[in-house]
Design a protein around this ligand. Structure first.
Ligand code: PGA
Length: 252
């Protein structure tokens, strides 16, 4: 279960959140928990979670290690402050900041080689879904990753995919459990073709888009859905703790 704070929280707020979250999820060891925080909060929360089963990650990075890339942050820099994971290709980066499939593929490849777990986001916009072109878009986004990433060299635990239909992000309009399963099942099938059955079985694929405590159970119950990437409902520690414990109930 992954929290995506987006551009929210000052350092003090992040610390208060983690202090409040940890005791509430201490019985949910079966669930892998990750927090994707702004760069400015990473150091503080990585320290606080050193001995806790919580993975701390960034929401983006650049695929070169250092150099004249004003404003960017590299994989070694993220690791230096204790991050172990990074979101790659979130739809807000694709739509607002113009990230292309190629950039997403380069970032994914770099994260894997640097030992950061990438959460690679894919998803269609409303017009594409309405036109029956969900899979055309999402399938192409998944394929593009493997134009750079040498899949022969990695196991299914080297990366995570997140299917996030753009029309469901921050809108309150959650995908139906069947739609989530349909897209995620297709992604897993494609990974089987592109990389191999063992990889496809092992790789984790999350759903994201308006996850709340009252819909997490039925989404997580779908065969191919391994977890959730949560924006709005992850911003309060109590609310995110409910989702982690809700996922625990499904896993059990
Ligand atoms: P949301 O965001 O839960 O607020 O819809 C999900 C995401 O963007 O990862």
């Amino acid at each position: 279960m992954a929290a995506n704070w987006k551009m929210n929280k000052l350092v003090r707020e992040a610390e208060d959140y983690v202090a409040r979250l940890l005791p509430q999820i201490s019985d949910a060891r079966e669930v892998d928990v990750a927090i994707f925080a702004p760069f400015t909060c990473l150091h503080a929360i990585a320290r606080m979670t050193q001995d806790a089963p919580v993975l701390v990650g960034a929401q983006d990075f650049y695929y070169e290690d250092f150099g004249a890339f004003t404003g960017e942050v590299s994989a070694p820099m993220l690791k230096d402050v204790g991050a172990g994971a990074v979101i790659v290709g979130h739809s807000e980066r694709r739509e607002i900041f113009g990230e292309t499939n190629e950039m997403v593929a380069r970032k994914t490849t770099k994260a894997v080689s640097a030992g950061l777990l990438p959460i690679v986001c894919v998803g269609e916009i409303k017009e594409e879904r309405d036109a029956g072109r969900m899979w055309e878009k999402v399938g192409a986004q998944v394929r593009a990753v493997f134009e750079y990433l040498d899949a022969g060299e990695i196991g299914g635990d080297a990366l995570v995919f997140a299917y996030e239909p753009v029309w469901a992000i921050g809108t309150g309009e959650v995908a139906s459990p069947e739609d989530a399963q349909d897209a995620i099942g297709k992604i897993r099938g494609l990974l089987g073709d592109l990389v191999g059955e063992g990889f496809a079985e092992e790789v984790r694929i999350l759903y994201g888009g308006s996850i709340k405590a009252d819909n997490i159970g039925e989404i997580m119950a779908q065969k191919d859905v391994d977890g959730g990437l949560v924006g709005g409902a992850s911003l309060e520690a109590d609310s995110f703790a409910k989702l982690v414990n809700g996922a625990k109930a499904v896993v059990e």
